[in-house]
Design a protein around this ligand. Sequence first.
Ligand SMILES: NC(=O)c1ccc[n+]([C@@H]2O[C@H](COP(=O)([O-])OP(=O)(O)OC[C@H]3O[C@@H](n4cnc5c(N)ncnc54)[C@H](OP(=O)(O)O)[C@@H]3O)[C@@H](O)[C@H]2O)c1
Length: 295
Amino acid sequence: MGAKIISGTETAKAIREELKLEIDELRAKHNVVPGLVTILVGDDPASQSYVAAKNKTAHALGIHSEQVTLPAGTSEEELLELVGKFNDDPKIHGILIQLPLPRHINEAKVLYAIDPDKDVDGFHPVNVGKMMLGEQCFLPCTPHGVLELLMRAGVETSGAEVVVIGRSNIVGKPVANLMLQKRPGGNATVTLCHTRTKDMDFHTKRADILIVAAGVANMIKGDQVKEGVVVIDVGVNRIGTTESGKAKLAGDVEFDSVRDKAAAITPVPGGVGPMTITMLMKNTVQSARQHAGLV
Ligand SMILES: NC(=O)c1ccc[n+]([C@@H]2O[C@H](COP(=O)([O-])OP(=O)(O)OC[C@H]3O[C@@H](n4cnc5c(N)ncnc54)[C@H](OP(=O)(O)O)[C@@H]3O)[C@@H](O)[C@H]2O)c1
């Protein structure tokens, strides 16, 4: 009953306010306006709404944002050419390719064509490698958001038993990596679970911090966690539609039963989700600073 709710909505709002001040100062003092381009190929409704939300947030913060929407039949060559154009565009500091891309386009080839210094999604192997080495780089947005949520909620990670469920390249693996880095927000003892893990409950029950990114609605229940655990639920699962026709969402964690035992927990929606877009904005501002020689 007494679990603290770690609100991503509130935390994201606070970070955006900080960013807005930073952007205003960059413009006023250095004549620098951070620039972001989002590239969407095809007409997938979910991707359209993600891209629209990113542009809306960028605009509200005073970031110069461009949106390019290409037909589903766009060739790989055309897309690579466009990426090259934005790599060379001094107004643009961040290039985001909305995934997934249509099947005929090699996703890795396109992502790897982005200048690593403009890779604000943090997916380029140069940034992934630097993250692994603990060097300054663009951190992937969702794992970075998880880290910020924990730090700003005052959760001690040093020496904590952190269990991550899910080993994807965009969430599970990078979040596990960030939690074990030798710096504030890291220094944890990390266990990474996946579908081949033999005894999931053994791991979840000893977690001080449990981060779930499996994409399975309500898979973690109250009897699988210990008293006092801190739970970060990354999962976003559509489990139906509300009366008003909106998608009904559930996390990977059964909120009510886990909340009864947890010290703190993120809700879905309103947890990790709002942090992801905010970290994209943070990376874009960081990139603009770097390009202007202000770091
Ligand atoms: N809030 C946000 O901003 C945000 C951002 C990104 C993703 N998400 C959400 O986070 C969730 C995960 O996303 P993703 O892209 O990482 O998914 P993904 O690529 O499908 O990876 C899921 C991972 O979870 C593991 N897994 C699946 N079912 C499992 C089970 N029953 N037991 C143990 N492990 C299991 C898989 O193991 P194997 O490797 O063995 O298959 C895989 O490693 C999704 O719900 C997604 O919508 C949210």
